[in-house]
Design a protein around this ligand. Structure first.
Ligand code: HEC
Length: 493
């Protein structure tokens, strides 16, 4: 406990300093090194509760149902089950610690968006814990982890057995070929060929979820996410099949979010469904497989749901991708290394999703918008190479950036021994595809907007704000005078 108390003291003394932080990240003192990860501790009395009243039945079980049991249940991805008081009780101190990490490597639940900077409450399917929920877990764990009255426990959630689709039963399931990896062996890269979709008409995709089906027994937990799988990742595209069915027509190619182990499903926003053509195929162009300690045979399944047949997307043009995959210089044995990347947006742009992609040394990524004299920190998220997460903006919170904005991404690396994901702290590493080399890319995506779409989106945003003192970090021009284009006036109504 003394360790946590000193953290608490540190935290309190830094509160005064943090009140002075400017909006700009450049002006913000930050320490992204693993050794100095801040733990987030709260006093339950600040939330109008007494520590002694916090109990499992009324306060902790609902949190586990909201944010943990989808993985921590028999057959889930987590190493132990948190379905009952008896299962949870022994873990109380560890649960307190892992949840207090909050937004850094090792945090539970695995959701790493920093809550104190940028666009807060901006993401879909956010299952992270609130300050109050952390306070309740901490008060509970420190005061004997009481059960309370079992009659107050919420109805248990019912989960289907095993490796179910998290988004529910898809409209279409496509299956890749079976692959076998030996118990021990080098990593394997390759092209797994085409998987015809069988579609006879164009359809727009609402969501896509990829799961690995393999012969590792479900009841055998592992301590790592990777230990349960052989597919490390899969890059794939779709497109119209050539006449002889041997390739996809290059000019029809549509790219899809990369499947990576530990990654969540992709739900496309209503304004930007993605096209799957009639007579198309998926091209599983670049698989990366690894051995996991036992001989394993497995394949990927792609579960797709569609928008209704008459649906047409509002946005179809993708904007630039940011980051730097090649030209990197990551020094050995050094925490808090920063890498920077800048892109000037050539069109008005709406950022739909943020997906930091780093390799083992990565600990944090931030995205900021530089517009005129202003710098807006859009979001900062922690990074843990065991969990590759995509954060999808809510449509009404997504950044709306005028053309000319400089989109600046900043990666933070820690190559010291404190970083448990690192193979060897002594090696210099440049950019490259292998996990021992580095990447620094935002795999999220954005769409470009016409002037009219841009003005209409901003008008909607303004209408939802109380008054001019309300401020949208992701919308630098929201309160700028509306330009007088004759075609724009009234076109919204
Ligand atoms: C998306 C799946 C997922 C969710 C959601 C999730 N966990 Fe986990 N959890 C894992 C996996 C996988 C591991 C093992 C890898 C690791 O330790 O990071 C783990 C490990 C842990 C551990 C460490 C166990 C040990 O051996 O030290 C604790 C404690 C834990 N989780 C608690 C929680 C709590 C509490 C929640 C909800 C607030 C939660 N987890 C939500 C998947 C998940």
């Amino acid at each position: 406990m003394s360790r946590s108390l000193s953290r608490l003291a540190l935290l309190t003394s830094s509160i005064a300093a943090s009140a002075l932080l400017a909006q700009s990240l450049a002006a913000q003192p930050h320490d992204a090194s693993v050794a100095n990860h801040e733990l987030h501790y709260y006093d339950i009395e600040d939330f109008g509760m007494q520590a002694s009243e916090v109990n499992y039945a009324e306060h902790i079980a609902p949190i586990l149902q909201q944010s943990c049991q989808q993985c921590h249940r028999p057959g889930g991805a987590g190493p132990m089950s948190f379905m009952s008081y008896d299962e949870v009780r022994p873990w109380a101190p560890v649960i307190m610690h892992r949840t207090a990490i909050r937004d850094r490597m090792g945090a539970m639940p695995p959701w790493f968006v920093e809550k104190d900077i940028g666009i807060t409450d901006g993401f879909e399917s956010d299952y992270s814990l609130s300050d109050k929920q952390l306070a309740m877990i901490q008060a509970w764990a420190r005061n004997g982890a009481a059960r309370g009255n079992p009659d107050d426990e919420p109805e248990p959630l019912v989960f289907a057995e095993g490796n179910e689709w998290t988004l529910g039963e898809p409209d279409l399931v496509l299956r890749g070929p079976d692959m076998t990896r030996p118990a021990v062996g080098p990593d394997w890269w390759g092209d797994l060929g085409l998987v015809p979709t069988g579609l006879t008409e164009d359809r727009y995709v609402k969501s896509i979820e990829v799961r690995e089906i393999n012969d590792i027994p479900m009841d055998q937990g592992t301590n790592t996410v990777g230990g349960r799988y052989i597919f490390h990742h899969m890059t794939y595209q779709s497109g119209v099949l050539s006449e002889d069915g041997s390739y996809i027509e290059p000019d029809s190619s549509v790219s899809w979010p990369i499947h990576e182990v530990g990654r969540n499903a992709d739900v496309f926003p209503d304004s930007a469904g993605r096209l799957l053509h009639a007579n198309s195929a998926l091209h599983l162009s670049a698989a990366h497989l690894h051995s996991n300690g036992r001989e394993t045979t497995g394949h990927l399944e792609f579960g797709i749901t569609f928008f209704p047949r008459d649906y047409l997307p509002e946005y179809t043009n993708r904007g630039p991708r940011t980051g730097n995959g090649i030209d990197l210089d990551v020094l050995p044995n050094k925490a808090n290394q920063e890498l920077h990347n800048y892109v000037v947006l050539q069109e008005h742009t709406k950022i739909m999703a943020f997906e930091p992609h780093l390799h083992a040394p990565g600990v944090r990524m931030c995205m900021e918008a530089i517009w005129g004299h202003n710098i807006f920190t859009l979001n900062c998220v922690g990074y843990d190479h065991n969990w590759v997460k995509q954060y999808i903006y809510k449509e009404d919170r997504a950044p709306l950036l005028p053309k000319g904005t400089i989109l600046h991404t900043i990666a933070f690396m820690d190559t010291t021994d404190a970083n448990p994901n690192l193979a060897d702290a002594r090696n210099w590493a440049g950019g490259g595809r292998r996990s021992v080399s580095n990447m620094f890319i935002d795999l999220g995506y954005n769409v470009t907007m016409t002037e009219e779409q841009f003005q209409a989106e901003m008008a909607k945003r303004r209408a939802s704000m109380e008054d001019r003192n309300e401020y949208d970090v992701g919308c630098p021009l929201c309160w700028a005078p509306v330009p007088e284009y004759s075609t724009l006036a009234g076109s919204e109504d």
